[in-house]
Design a protein around this ligand. Structure first.
Ligand code: ATP
Ligand code: MG
Length: 567
């Protein structure tokens, strides 16, 4: 097996610890130089950005070292699992740009696992325990106090075999019996104190129906599934580190050949202002605290996709944070930085006015229009230019005008000049207000000599504002998103109800926005930069008559500023 080409050459990136282990295994000729990984989601929820970290590693290692990565649904608990989740998981992995070699289900191995369990009973290494879960827990001891033996530990092998059959035939009620491995009740590792291998569940399974009533526990199913498939490197998150001796113990009983999978643990992704627990995310959806799994405020991959995130930005983010042995919390602004960088290169610049007020150019002839050149993306000449229509009446942002402005206000205020993006310099002359003092129209005079691109246009003005022509724009709804939670670590606030930590301003809908007519055919998931405001993506709620945009991210990080102002 050759060494990794991506990591050789001039811009050599240092290997992370898992790459180092894999390269060493290749050098040592382990497993005949074969590299095989798996991504093993439990189909009990939608994938989130944390899973993306695992996906990039599992598929990435296989790609990097010429191996394969399989998708394995870890469907050993029929209570929480569903096909809806299976489909969404596949869609999200494909969207990220990865390809699995095969799709497997842990339930495919129920037969093999059963046979192996029977073998362990026959060898005196497993027994059926008839005690309650509470009793078993009581006997477990503590890390410093050894556990005590179950009265069923040394029951005759034949009896355990018979009862194990009954656990699966439907004759045993849930919670009445379990199969336990007979290992060591005094082990310093609690997972080795006669761990449970099988329990009884009477709910039908989404793939195997009512065939099974005895279901294997994660610890019994996972390593064996790895083994049956030929996995060489079983990569998982740090909480499984303490399970590794058990993973190895089962393999010791099973392996006859040289081949052997190894488990390696890495740090899980936690991110500020959100939660990664599938249980919590499910609650948010079920209690309608968000609008479904793909709500753009969710950390799910479908939510991020709907928000306007690109797969490249997510992969780049994951690559940046890296893989270590230390758990920590990543600032969400790093993810936002990643999408800004990507869309800065890719997104077409357009004009969108979120909170419009009319600007009338009193010296511009009524009925006249002009087509002005606009650069589609200054970062990418190949994206070309387009024409935008200019006229006497324009929409501008309400906060780009102030009647009594402070000194450093460089936008429109009576007597002040600003540049209209891609158009002329205009001088503000005043405004109209309604009886409540709210501005209804702003007035200005344009200078015909200052058309963008002409020699006179070099005249210095401090501010540039964006606009759309009132007669040539279309209405749009814009959804402005902010962090879902008000605190950095909502999962850490154990004494508070997480519902009370939700940010009441995480979604603000602006329903009377004006965008340039060019956007009338924009398709769902297309992404744009609204100049001076941020990056926006067309929401799938868009219909022929109604454009809806989601703000992916603002142009600059405004959150830290707001926070420092508040404190
Ligand atoms: P559950 O709480 O239901 O066990 P889970 O988050 O562990 O959920 P799985 O479907 O079991 O989800 O995860 C599939 C794979 O993704 C596992 O290998 C797991 O270690 C990994 N994974 C899950 N969450 C994260 C995370 N936040 N960061 C990195 N990897 C993760
Ligand atoms: Mg899990």
């Amino acid at each position: 097996m050759s060494t990794n080409e991506n990591n050789s050459g001039d811009n050599k990136k240092s290997l992370h610890f898992i790459e180092t282990i894999v390269e060493k295994d290749l050098q040592d000729g382990r497993n005949d130089g074969r590299i095989q990984t798996r991504f093993p989601p439990e189909p009990n929820g939608y994938l989130h950005i944390g899973h993306a970290k695992a996906i990039c590693l599992d598929f990435g290692i296989a790609e990097e070292y010429g191996g394969i990565c399989n998708l394995r649904f870890d469907d050993t608990n029929p209570v929480k699992e569903d096909v809806e989740y299976v489909d969404s998981i596949m869609e999200d992995i494909r969207w990220l740009g990865f390809h699995w070699e095969n799709v497997y289900y842990a339930s495919d191995y129920f037969g093999q696992l059963w046979d192996f369990a029977v073998r362990l009973i026959q060898e005196g290494k497993a027994y059926v325990d008839e005690q309650s879960a509470e009793e078993i827990a009581r006997q477990k001891g503590t890390p410093t106090v050894p556990g005590i033996h179950s009265p069923y530990r040394d029951r005759p092998i034949g009896e355990s075999l018979e009862l194990f059959e009954k656990m699966n035939s439907g004759e045993v009620a849930e919670g009445k019996m379990v199969l336990r491995a007979k290992i060591d009740m005094a082990s310093s590792n609690m997972h080795m104190r006669d761990p449970i291998m099988y329990r009884v569940i009477h709910i039908p399974h989404h793939r195997t129906g009512t065939k099974w009533k005895a279901y294997p526990m994660y610890d019994f199913a996972h390593g064996q599934s790895d083994y049956f498939e030929g996995v060489t490197h079983s990569l998982c998150t740090l909480e499984f580190e303490v399970h590794r001796p058990l993973y190895d113990w089962f393999l010791d009983q099973l392996t006859e050949k040289d081949y052997r999978p190894r488990q390696i643990e890495f740090n899980r992704l936690n991110m500020t202002y959100t939660m990664m627990s599938k249980r919590r995310l499910l609650q948010l959806v079920q209690e309608k605290l968000v609008n479904g799994w793909d709500d753009p405020r969710m950390p799910t991959l479908c939510g991020l996709r709907r928000r306007g995130y690109t797969p490249e930005s997510i992969r780049h983010f994951v690559d940046n944070i890296g893989y270590t042995k230390y758990d920590g919390v990543i600032d969400v602004s790093l993810l936002e930085h990643s999408i800004r960088e990507d869309l800065n290169k890719k997104a077409m610049r357009v004009s969108g006015v979120i909170d419009p007020v009319k600007l009338v150019l009193t010296n511009y002839p009524e009925g006249q229009t002009e087509e002005l050149d606009a650069v589609n993306n200054p970062e990418d000449d190949s994206m070309g230019t387009r024409l935008v229509t200019f006229s006497r009446e324009l929409w501008i942002e309400r906060d780009d005008f102030m009647e009594d402005a402070p000194k450093k206000y460089f936008r429109l205020t009576p007597g002040n000049e600003v540049r209209l993006k891609n158009a002329y310099i205009v001088k503000c002359t005043g405004c109209d207000k309604d009886e409540n003092g709210r501005v209804t129209s702003v007035y200005a005079e344009y200078d015909p000599q200052t058309k963008s691109g002409l020699p006179e246009a070099n005249r210095k003005v401090k501010g540039t504002i964006h606009w759309v022509s009132a007669g040539h724009s279309i209405d749009a709804e814009v959804r402005l998103y902010d962090r879902l939670f008000t605190v950095e670590d909502p999962a850490g606030e154990k004494d508070k109800d997480f519902r009370n930590l939700l940010n009441p301003d995480s979604l603000i809908v602006k329903s009377h926005c004006k965008v340039e007519a060019f956007l009338k055919d924009a398709a769902p998931f297309e992404r744009f930069q609204f100049q001076r405001i941020g990056y926006f993506s067309v929401d799938p709620d868009t219909t022929a008559g109604k454009l809806v945009f989601n703000r992916t991210v603002s142009l600059k990080d405004s959150w830290n500023k707001i926070k420092s102002k508040q404190s």
